[in-house]
Design a protein around this ligand. Sequence first.
Ligand SMILES: NC(=O)c1ccc[n+]([C@@H]2O[C@H](COP(=O)([O-])OP(=O)(O)OC[C@H]3O[C@@H](n4cnc5c(N)ncnc54)[C@H](OP(=O)(O)O)[C@@H]3O)[C@@H](O)[C@H]2O)c1
Length: 265
Amino acid sequence: MREWAGDVVTGLSSGDADIRDAKRVRQVVEQARPDWVVLAAAYTDVDGCESNQDLAFAVNRDGPVNVATAAKEVGARLLFLSSDYVFDGKKSTPYEVDDARNPQGVYGRTKAEAEIRLLELMPDCCIARTSWLFGIDGKCFPDTILKLAANRPALDVVNDQRGCPTYTVDLARAIVQLCRKNAQGIVHVTDEGDCTWFEFATEIVSGAGLATIVRPVSSQQMARPAPRPAYSVLSATTLRALGIEMPSWRDALSRYLQARPKPIG
Ligand SMILES: NC(=O)c1ccc[n+]([C@@H]2O[C@H](COP(=O)([O-])OP(=O)(O)OC[C@H]3O[C@@H](n4cnc5c(N)ncnc54)[C@H](OP(=O)(O)O)[C@@H]3O)[C@@H](O)[C@H]2O)c1
């Protein structure tokens, strides 16, 4: 919303419209009659999706179908946010937009199925796959690491999952550009560069000037309900072809650390 200067933008929360409610979604889209609908809403608890599969598919696959149907009815374009978790993580070079989907967990399956349905329903929609988001408002990895590091002498962080951390401000700027450029099809939108969660945590702790020791561990040592791809670096080829360049995740992290409200005392 903040990045969209100069245009009329309507922000809708889950309280305004639950995307599972097709009738309500149609009402709000009909009311706003926008040129573009940007759909960021999702059930994003990756582990929660494993134990709440019906909810996960209802929100993450059927919800986007409701939104796309409503957008189509008023002649609006749709930009849908998808995820690196549609891939299995078995590659060791960046995933291109046309690499085969093979999600490992329920969350990734819901996103992959949504992509397929949306491309059938609305072939000119834009699917922006992103990854490892962090931002000022809300829970995110750097925020969790900083809170833990403030109270612990050492932290264990997984070192066998590699991806592209992406600052929400950079993603928002890219989304605005994608809409202005009338982008369609699948694009990968992440900050430049890649790292493991351990490398990311190390940079967060040192960037914040903390002395906490960060220790590398394996995913097996930190077992979670949902499997995560070991490698989910997304190639920027398609984004670059559209003339959109992303900053590096290290630059993004330092802007995040500066923008973050400082703890009192
Ligand atoms: N976070 C990541 O690392 C990451 C990586 C790749 C892709 N993505 C995708 O990027 C998008 C944004 O992710 P995020 O991490 O910023 O998400 P988030 O912080 O979890 O926010 C999700 C939003 O969706 C809303 N929502 C949930 N269920 C809804 C429903 N049934 N109807 C309407 N709204 C609903 C939530 O509203 P309430 O708070 O009111 O429930 C919340 O505002 C998502 O599509 C996600 O799949 C995220």
